[in-house]
Design a protein around this ligand. Structure first.
Ligand code: FAD
Length: 323
């Protein structure tokens, strides 16, 4: 039976188990969150033995070359000696510079991190509550516009990390974060291409970065942003987004509510229904989808059927942690 060796201790790998399963079952403290190969929290390094190629999918070439792999995706055929990631795998330290309410449930958290280097608006980082518990949060900030990294964190009932961020984290605290991850960002490859951005709840975070980043790069094509919530008090940054639409004729901002009668400029309905009602043919559009996984999955399918190409769709589904 294959075995995982960590810190001088052996962990037998049962049939169908991943490295992460075996280590956590054996009581080893290994950080993890999504357990589906997205968040990269369970990054580990193999120092002896061979790792399957699929456990390195999505990692930077430099990390792959040094034997890094995702423990949640790794089912080795033989014994593997592993170690926890070193500093070169990108665990960074950030200082909390501001925590500001955006609505009843969502706070904006501004982080200063001098080692972050380049990042793209719309990517996400993992925020570590402690040595083993972390969660992914999208970057609402845009490089060259915002002085700090900014997150929009919604408080989830009984949520270990979102609760800690809302209730315990204070300005001046230091937190461990990951390098920026993910492919949901704007590329200035085609400045005339129409852009459609759909988000629900704190799914506005990456879209708020992406829309401002696109404009900063001189994007000239039409940009439609649909932000949805069940109720009006779930929307936020409405003044800022209305101002952006006033400043840029190409931008159309649609705040949407699905469970109450709208007032003023609010629209009634789900973001994907409203977008598909307004924009019937989506061939040639670039699409960004962020927020609740069900919304992302169903929107992806329906927008594809309306002509959007899968290669032009970028999505961040806020999948729940399995850890
Ligand atoms: C790529 C990515 C980007 C993300 N970006 C953001 C972001 O910008 N802003 C943001 O607020 N979140 C974001 N998330 C979600 C975030 O990572 C956490 O899952 C969320 O904050 C809940 O974590 P927690 O530790 O507070 O709750 P947990 O301790 O993990 O869960 C506590 C309880 O709440 C339930 N639960 C967990 N999540 C939800 C939910 N979303 N709705 C209802 N119940 C839930 C769990 O099933 C459990 O019963 C993102 C997720 C991913 C994968």
């Amino acid at each position: 039976m294959p075995e995982i060796l960590l810190d001088g201790k052996g962990y037998a790998l049962a049939d169908g188990e991943t490295v992460l399963d075996a280590l956590t079952r054996g009581g080893a403290a290994v950080p993890s969150s999504c357990r589906s190969g997205v968040c990269q929290t369970c990054l580990m390094r193999a120092v002896e033995g061979s790792i399957p190629a699929e456990s390195q999918k999505g990692l930077k070439g430099t990390l792959q070359a040094r034997g890094y792999f995702l423990a949640c995706q790794c089912m080795p055929g033989g014994t593997l000696r592993v170690e926890r990631p070193g500093a070169e795998a990108g665990r960074l330290s950030a200082t909390v510079r501001a925590i500001t309410p955006l609505n009843r449930d969502i706070v904006s958290v501004a982080l200063e991190c001098s080692d972050m280097g380049d990042y793209r608006a719309g990517q996400f980082i993992n925020v570590f509550k402690d040595g083993t518990v972390s969660r992914s949060y999208s970057l609402a900030s845009a490089p060259g516009i915002d002085p700090h990294l900014t997150l929009h964190v919604r408080k989830v009932a009984e949520g270990r990390v979102s609760g800690w961020i809302h209730e315990t984290l204070r300005v001046g605290d230091t937190v461990a974060i990951s390098q920026p991850l993910g492919e949901c960002f704007y590329l200035p490859s085609d400045p005339e291409q129409p852009l459609l951005l759909l988000g629900t709840g704190s799914g506005l975070a990456p879209l708020y970065g992406i829309i401002r980043d696109a404009l900063r790069h001189g994007h000239r094509g039409p940009i439609h942003l649909y932000h949805g919530s069940r109720h009006k008090d779930g929307l936020y940054l409405t003044d800022e987004l209305h101002a952006l639409a006033r400043e840029h004729a190409s931008v159309q901002y649609h705040p949407c509510v699905s469970r109450e009668e709208p007032s003023g400029d609010l629209r009634r309905g789900r973001v994907v229904d409203l977008a598909l009602g307004d924009l019937t043919a989506l061939a040639g559009w670039r699409v960004f989808l962020c927020g609740h996984p069900d919304m992302v999955q169903s929107a992806r399918k329906r927008l594809y059927l309306a002509g959007a190409s899968l290669k032009d769709m970028y999505a961040d589904a806020f999948i729940r942690s399995a850890a």
